[in-house]
Design a protein around this ligand. Structure first.
Ligand SMILES: NC(=O)C1=CN([C@@H]2O[C@H](COP(=O)(O)OP(=O)(O)OC[C@H]3O[C@@H](n4cnc5c(N)ncnc54)[C@H](O)[C@@H]3O)[C@@H](O)[C@H]2O)C=CC1
Ligand SMILES: O=C(O)[C@@H](O)C(=O)[C@H](O)[C@@H](O)CO
Length: 339
């Protein structure tokens, strides 16, 4: 697997007294929502004392319940024993005092709201209390790190560490540098994420939406387009992806999948043979730049119908479906030898 120096072979670390992945002994999770409590599950199950911070005490109470549920699912799926699971839960502490959260952490995974101003204010507070070399990694879905860290005294230690929900199961983490992020910080974050079993990818250029969210949203724009044109329901569009390309993409990426689809001629044959037809489709596909303002409400109605129509064994409520998804992901991750 490539490390940072493979990607930037010219790069030479000038000094070796920078924070290394093995120097990370305690992790702070800043923001205890959907992503924050899953990250906390990931760090504690990998053996790290983990402090979870949120401005709202109710979010901390919820996080404790969710972390417990996630750990229990992993125990029930024989990923680790009940004793190991209980030890993991015991590694997590909860606080609404930011100084207490970060003052002795070497790695901070920020999962606050997706908003530049909130993240900038949060980082300004972190700068007051965290060790100057502690790494700040933002879970941002696609905001620019240069912008998030614009006012930070320690922008050199800031980078993006974008996960996929739920991070304690989905291996991908996209590492995005800001204009002041040092190469040492990128290397240490890369090494640390590898150490805890993640699949980190370092972006070579700063770009909104990173890699996966640009791809996911390009696809979802066409999803919205065909549902809005009345081609299919939300339920059938979801089904088309789950039982079509999606199930393949959980095993192989699209280019490797089409390499196989091209037979002896590989992916080159796919484009030689089917390329002209694909060009016809592209000319009829969406190019708009903003989601329809009523899409969220419309999709909510559609997915409520979809959930109601599911076979009971696959879950009919978000919580039941999350349990189903977690258990299915665990089996898939075992195939990938990620668990
Ligand atoms: N939900 C998802 O599927 C994914 C979200 N992300 C990103 O992760 C980040 C968090 O998203 P979610 O967990 O989904 O949001 P969420 O709304 O579930 O959680 C955000 C948490 O931040 C807390 N918060 C609000 N203001 C705060 C402050 N000033 N300081 C500390 N905490 C504060 C809230 O109380 C809440 O618990 C966002 O940047 C989002 O784009 C990344 C990958 C996937
Ligand atoms: O889907 C995910 O888990 C991630 O790609 C995200 O960052 C986003 O929040 C996604 O849900 C919306 O773009």
């Amino acid at each position: 697997m490539s490390s940072y120096s493979d990607i930037c072979p010219k790069f030479e670390f000038e000094e070796d007294d920078y924070l290394k992945a093995t120097d990370i002994k305690k992790v702070a999770c800043i923001g205890a929502g959907v992503i924050g409590y899953s990250w906390a599950t990931n760090f504690c199950m990998k053996g790290y004392p983990t402090v979870v911070y949120d401005v709202f005490p109710a979010a901390l109470d919820n996080a404790k319940v969710k972390i417990g549920e996630y750990i229990d699912i992993l125990v029930n799926c024989d990923v680790f024993s009940k004793e190991v699971g209980e030890a993991a839960k015991a590694r997590v502490s909860y606080t609404s005092d930011l100084k207490e959260a970060v003052q002795d952490a070497q790695f901070m995974q920020e999962s606050g709201p997706e908003n530049y101003e909130i993240k900038q204010k949060l980082l300004a507070e972190i700068d007051k209390y965290a060790p100057a070399d502690a790494i700040y990694s933002s879970s941002t879905s696609g905001l620019l790190i240069s912008e998030i860290a614009k006012f930070s005294e320690h922008a050199d230690r800031c980078l993006g560490g974008h996960p996929y929900n739920p991070p304690h199961l989905i291996p991908l983490v996209e590492l995005a540098k800001g204009d002041k992020t040092t190469d040492e910080v990128v290397q240490t974050a890369y090494d640390f994420y590898k150490l805890i079993g993640k699949e980190p990818i370092i972006l070579r250029k700063e770009v909104l939406g990173f890699i996966s969210n640009r791809l996911q949203n390009a696809l979802y724009r066409e999803y919205v387009e065909i549902v809005s044109r009345g081609v299919c329901s939300i339920e059938d569009a979801d089904k088309a992806l789950v039982f079509g390309p999606g199930i393949r993409w959980g095993i192989l990426g699209p280019t490797l999948t089409w390499q196989l689809g091209g037979g002896a001629g590989g992916i080159k044959h796919i484009f030689d043979h089917i390329g002209p037809s694909m060009d016809l489709w592209l000319k009829d596909m969406a190019v708009w730049q903003e989601y329809p303002k009523d899409w969220g409400a419309f999709a909510q109605e559609g997915v409520n119908e979809e959930m109601k129509n599911r076979d009971k064994e696959f879950g009919n409520t978000p919580e039941e479906i999350k349990q189903f998804q977690n258990k299915a992901l665990i089996e898939l991750l075992k195939i990938h030898k990620k668990l």
